[in-house]
Write a protein that binds this ligand. Structure first.
Ligand code: ZN
Length: 270
């Protein structure tokens, strides 16, 4: 599943092809994605793309009249193609520009979304409810500490809560807690202030590094075979059940927390 760094790298990849160009046509081949694609997305036709923004894992293609909102869901992919390029299975939405370039959204499992936010309407509910962005000054370890004082849920579930902070998905929650030396099963309210202050910085570093690595491995967003937003990176604990801990050589353990695979070292994480 694309996590925040993959979505940010997708944004960086598609932005130069879209910004400043006019939208000629939006082609919706399959309306039933996670939510029905609203007819209002066609309001963007004829308008210039001013920005491509990201909020949590939502991408906003901004025009003067409103924004097309894309979410990659479980399996969504964005490609930049020529509008003449034949469609393949699961190519559900095209945003065709007047210069013949096309942003093509492919989503095999259809958990992704294409929505519309008019400039005159209040922010749509699920976006208005989101917590702060992890890479801004609105988020830090102090916030984690303050919000956790009454929370008995495991600290891993706590940092993955979108109302606490957005964009800490399963891989990055595992990695951050390993680096911070915090047991993912520990109750959120039992983690010390010192540990949270460190964890806040580590989350920022882990996400920033993943974006940087993704940006480096991302050669060309226009390659048609593309898995453009996904990239291999070195993971220290995620997916390493039964392997030796990089730090102490103990065996990496795995449990399920909040229905998500959780990996940790019992020696290094307390
Ligand atoms: Zn260890």
């Amino acid at each position: 599943m694309p996590e925040l760094p993959e979505v940010e790298v997708s944004r960086l990849g598609i932005s130069p092809h879209l910004i400043g160009q006019h939208i000629e046509q939006i082609i919706v081949r399959h309306k039933q994605l996670r939510w029905l694609v609203p007819d209002d997305v066609h309001l963007a036709e004829g308008h210039k793309v001013n920005h491509v923004r990201r909020r949590a894992k939502y991408l906003f293609i901004d025009t003067d009249v409103g924004s097309i909102i894309l979410h990659l869901g479980m399996s969504g992919k964005l490609r930049i193609v020529n509008s003449e390029t034949p469609v393949i299975k699961h190519d559900h939405v095209d945003i065709v520009l007047t210069n013949g370039v096309c942003l093509r959204f492919n989503d095999a499992r259809r958990f992704g979304a294409c929505l519309w936010q008019s400039v005159n309407d209040p922010e749509i509910g699920m976006i208005a409810a989101l917590g702060p962005e992890p890479l801004t000054s609105d988020f830090d370890g102090q916030r984690l500490y303050d919000l956790s004082r009454t929370k008995s849920v495991p600290v891993k579930n706590f940092i993955m809560d979108n109302k606490v902070v957005v964009g800490v998905g399963n891989i990055y929650a595992n990695e951050s807690l390993f680096i911070a030396g915090i047991d993912p099963r520990k109750a959120a309210k039992k983690v010390s202030k010192k540990s949270y202050l460190e964890l806040g910085d580590i989350i920022k570093q882990v996400l920033a590094k993943a974006i940087e690595q993704g940006g480096t491995t991302l050669k060309d967003f226009t390659q048609a075979d593309g898995n453009p937003g996904y990239f291999a990176q070195h993971l220290r604990v995620y997916g390493r059940k039964g392997q030796a801990c990089e730090v102490c050589d103990s065996e990496i353990q795995s449990v399920t927390l909040g229905q998500r695979n959780t990996f940790f070292c019992e020696q290094c994480q307390k």
